[in-house]
Design a protein around this ligand. Sequence first.
Ligand code: FMN
Ligand code: SF4
Length: 680
Amino acid sequence: MTSDPLLQPFRLKHLTLKNRVMSSSHEPAYSEDGMPKERYRLYHAEKAKGGMALTMTAGSAIVSRDSPAAFGNLQAYRDEIVPWMRALAASCHEHDCKVMIQLTHLGRRTGWNKADWLPVLSASPVREPAHRSFPKIAEDWDIERIVADYASAAQRMQEAGLDGIEFEAYGHLMDGFWSPATNHRDDDYGGSLDNRLRFTWQVIDAVRKAVGDDFIVGIRMVADEDFATGLSRDEGVEIARRLAGSGKFDFLNIIRGSIETDAALTKVIPIAGMRSAPHLDFAGEVKAATKFPVFHAARISDVATARHAIASGKLDMVGMTRAHIADPHIVRKVIEGREHQIRPCVGATYCLDRIYEGGEALCIHNAATGREATIPQSIERSSRPAKSVVVVGAGPGGLEAARVAAERGHAVTVLEASGQAGGQVRLAAQNQRRRELIGIVDWRLAELERLGVEIRFDTWAEKDDVLALSPDVVVVATGGLPQNPPLEAGGDLVTSSWDIIAGAVKPAENVLLYDDNGGHQGMTAAELAAEAGSKLELLSPERFFAPEMGGMNHAPYMRAFHEKGVAITINTRLRAVRREGNQLVATLSSDFAQGWQGERRVDQVVVEHGTLPLDDLYLALKPLSINGGAVDYERLVEGGDIFPETNSDGGFVLYRIGDAVAARNIHAAIYDAVRFGIRY
Ligand SMILES: Cc1cc2nc3c(=O)[nH]c(=O)nc-3n(C[C@H](O)[C@H](O)[C@H](O)COP(=O)(O)O)c2cc1C
Ligand code: SF4
């Protein structure tokens, strides 16, 4: 019997949770037609296989039609969901992982111009900034039907064989009644705390009537909105006390903060560069005040912190949600003494930013998550004969290609031109706020060491160097070099954002930074220049700046820009740069007004326009390869051999990945590496 606090069982009513690790509710936007189909099932089953005790499925599964999906939410108001949830639960139960679901009415946290075009509602008509909705006031007949909707949704989940449910009560309809910021009513639902809790009691009573006393029902609730006009800590803790003392709930899942703006949301779900476990003590205080089972998740991403959360008695169940998106096998690795092999969550929050931009949750450096049907989380040995694989480039894509090939049982050599691994990730981690990104590199280096892969640093690989290794497979992962945006003149006068980030060029006193890429690179250079004291203007041709970055990652950049007085100009292109005396004059143009021209006089013009592939080696090897560098995309997606034999005299299979193909991002490089690598 282990003494690890994380691995101790927890008894919740009649249910035994086999350890203390859970994934809190999150909508990965893997739903299809609002249903949790195969992709959804496999995603949760993988975590179950990985050893976690409880997976809280869905994120904000919606109980009513007038709560349309904001980010792929499951539709708990439809009977069709029952067989899908039943299949999902059965797959998790096979591994003794308990399954619950979060139910909600999104209230004002969605849009009226979606699904059935029904008006959104809330306790009072207070606009929600993040979704730009102007809600109507919930009327008596609205309350009546929504209470009934909660009850029937709960019943569906019981019928599907789930182990329980939780209500969502932060930023949604239920807590919209609690908060003085969103409840201005003067009827039975407003004013006193008793009145503001009325809707919650109606819901829980109806749900209990529908599912009985034995079914587990909890609540994920805000116990302190942490802003001046919001729900105070005193009232929040009092609500927790009342709910816990009512005998109607089985657990509290504690939240601190508000989610009505991107900036506020990052405090509830902190991203890279923010404090670890910022609300753990608060959750512990609620536990002490209520003496009730308490769950909590907020950037408890490493096992040591999770262990502390349980050992110190602050929590009963610890949510490691993004940590499991990065590595669904955390608990198994702990049990097997392989804690050091856990792929770390680096806080990039690519996962969450994608769902708010209409995409599905993907981990920046685990391409298998959400793709369990086609990419295994644990790479298996190839059934084919072992090959000699040469990987050129030790950026994230090259390291991943090497890792996958080594796991497949091939003999791998990595050639890296510089003295260090990491490529653009190492550059991105120069931003102190995002230094955790280096975990993407360090984890792979540790895995390569374990797998016995040799990396030859300071080795600029030419064609003959590669051929000398007699490879069966060559993976070109040489990345790219920064390119200038198209300029009428003055390309030789501008500074690349890379040079600013790498510290090769110091930011000048007056800087114009033109970002025609839209991702982190330009923003990082801007943040570094502003921090260094430059008077900075950020220029973007887009309707809003950095459009490739989601709202959560936007927040800390914007904070720095406000604090440092960075000027931001959108809808404007950089056309040309010329020198005048010891200054540079930038000419600006507009896509919208043909004759318009602007001018800026500065000391330095910094540009960001992505990269051009470093493809000399690839082009030199191409004629010598079996497949001429070709990849059969149809087969890559549908199955079959992906490297066509176009040259019977060729000596090896050749392919390139990541930015060596075209400027993309870390996830794309890692996805390329793994999806090609598992095919031979
Ligand atoms: C992709 C994604 C979607 C999420 N959706 C929800 C949601 O619908 N409801 C909810 O209560 N929390 C949601 N969350 C928040 C998580 O439950 C959790 O509180 C948050 O990720 C912080 O925990 P962590 O640091 O362990 O990831 C979501 C998180 C992610 C990553
Ligand atoms: S994208 Fe970043 S925050 Fe999200 S799971 Fe992956 S490493 Fe963690």
